[in-house]
Every structure is written in C-alpha cells, then in structure tokens.
Ligand binder design. Structure first.
Ligand SMILES: [Zn+2]
Length: 264
C-alpha cells in the first residue's frame, strides 16, 4: 500500500535526527508493506524540496501547495509552485484549505491564499495541467466547502485529508462528492466520532495516510516521529472499524489511490 500523505522533507526524517535519512524511512516502510509515499508540501520552497526527494526515489511522489497554517509566510512564489506542479513526479496540488483550530494565521490571510491557490489550479487546468487536490480542513467544513463549490473544479478531484470531523462533517464532504482520507487519529480511543465517520465513507472514496511526522496511530500514539510504515497500522484498524476483511480493504485502498493519484 501507499502512504498517501506524509512530510518526508521535515527534519524528523533527515540525518542526524533519523539515522539513514529518507532511504532508511522508505526501507522500513517497505518492510511493513508500505511500498510508496506521497510527500506533501506546505510552501513553494518546500514543494521544490519535496520534488527533489520524489526525483531521487522511484517510489516517492510529491505535491505542490501552500498549507493554510503557512499562509502568512508570503509573499508566496506561485511561479515556483506552478513549475513544481508541472513535473511528472508531482502528482497532486496541496495541501491547501483552512484551519480554524488556531488563532494564527488570521482567517483573512488563509482565505486570500486559498482563493489564490484555487485560481492558480483552475488556470493550470485550463492549460491542460490537471492534478487532484489535497485539502486540509480543520474545524472549517462550513467555510471550505462553499469555496470549493464556487470553483469550476470537479468535486471528485478533491480529497479531504486527515479527516478529524464529526459524522455530520463527513456527510457534508461526501454530499459534495470528495474523497476522505484517514490518519492515525481514527485509531484513538477518544475519537469515536472519527471512527463513526469512517464507516460512512463509500468503499471507493476512502484513503489511508499517516501525515507523518505527526499523529502516530495507537498503540504508538505520542511517538514522534510518526513514520510512513505506520500507515499499515491505521489501515488494518480501519478495515476492522468498517467490518471489512483485510484483503478486500487492502485491495480497495490501493485501487482508490491508483485511480485518484495515478500512482501504485
Ligand atoms: Zn499534512
């Protein structure tokens, strides 16, 4: 399986913090059946860095995006972001969206970056550069969904990553038409609402990720860094939560990642 969302550019996965660096992270992942990773970016320079990792390792792909919690680190080099997005090893836009969990950056700043980001994605699409979109949405479903609905982009091209909302939030995302992706949060004992939401997602619209280096799944909760190999732990638990045989769920998430991101 593939870890569809991690951050391999973070210092947690470089030497000296991580002995052996990215190669060792990927080796360990492969030993747990996690044979590929999508390293997701948070700023234009980080996207360039993520692309260099994706170019170096055949089983790593990257995305190009400005994360809402980095929206105040502008002015953003949208030209650089676009150049990264045009590369064949870059297989998605993101992560972009809104985060109401923290007071900073100000919502006006987050809103402006999201609008600009979507406009760039739309103009690229008109020019034939068409990639799926990874959405970061934390406590902001009623703010993000109307913005996406106003865009000209196909709802099926969006994935709401690291879903931590309520079953009601999940229904809203599913009504919109997007995919939903789960991290280790779905394994936490105090996150029964997220597990309930995971049962609502149709088999062909669910994906699995780590968001490493954050959010290690149970029984590794609190371990930093969370690593791509732990996607296998979350996937096993998700199959149980949904009451589906592992082989069936495994095949389904692989098919979904292959269809959505075009990688396997
Ligand atoms: Zn992330």
């Amino acid at each position: 399986m593939i870890d569809t969302h991690c951050h391999l550019t973070f210092p947690d996965f470089q030497e000296p913090a991580y002995t052996g660096g990215t190669a060792a992270v990927l080796r360990k992942a492969a030993e747990s059946g996690v044979t590929g990773c999508i390293t997701v970016s948070t700023t234009p320079p980080d996207a360039a860095e993520a692309l260099s990792v994706a170019v170096r390792f055949p089983n790593v792909w990257c995305s190009a995006g400005v994360h809402p919690l980095y929206s105040d680190e502008g002015p953003h080099d949208w030209g650089l972001l676009r150049r990264v997005a045009a590369h064949e090893r870059c297989i998605a836009w993101g992560e972009l969206g809104l985060d109401n969990h923290y007071k900073e950056p100000a919502r006006a700043t987050q809103d402006a970056v999201l609008e600009h980001h979507l406009a760039l994605i739309e103009s690229c699409r008109r020019e034939g550069l068409d990639k799926p979109i990874i959405i970061h949405c934390r406590e902001a479903f009623d703010d993000v969904l109307p913005v996406l609905r106003r865009s000209t982009l196909d709802p099926a091209r969006f994935v709401f990553h690291c879903f931590t909302g309520t079953p009601d939030d999940a229904r809203k995302v599913l009504d919109f038409g997007a995919c939903v992706s789960f991290t280790g949060v779905v394994t936490y004992k105090n996150a029964s609402g997220v597990a309930e939401a995971a049962r609502l997602v149709p088999a062909d619209r669910i994906m699995v990720e780590t968001d490493a280096p954050y959010l290690s799944p149970d029984p590794h909760r609190g371990v930093r860094p969370c690593e791509p190999w732990m996607a296998s732990v979350t996937a096993l638990r998700l199959a149980q939560i949904r009451g589906v045989a592992w082989d069936e769920f495994h095949a389904q998430i692989n098919a979904n990642a292959a269809r959505f991101f075009g990688v396997s």
